[in-house]
Unconditional design. Sequence first.
Length: 102
Amino acid sequence: MATKEQIQTLRQSIINSLETAGRPLGFRDLSVLLGISEKDIPPHMEHVAKSLRSQGKRLVILPAACRACGHEFTKRNKLTRPSRCPLCKSERIDSVLFTIKD
């Protein structure tokens, strides 16, 4: 089990990666940059958003979108990628992207 220091370090690493990337990043991008599983990242994103608010910044979430019909999942509360599009039933879904704004 991870200690509190390791969790804080991972969250700070996520923030640093988003700040230095120069473009929005998805879970796969963060996974490759940080060397951790994609499934380990979503639980930390809510805490990353809180940390950024305390620094006067905000986490911008660009919603997932269907590649086939272009439907954007703007009303979706979950940060994970949807399994399929409710309109065209396609499973070709672009991932949620994250960036930081001052």
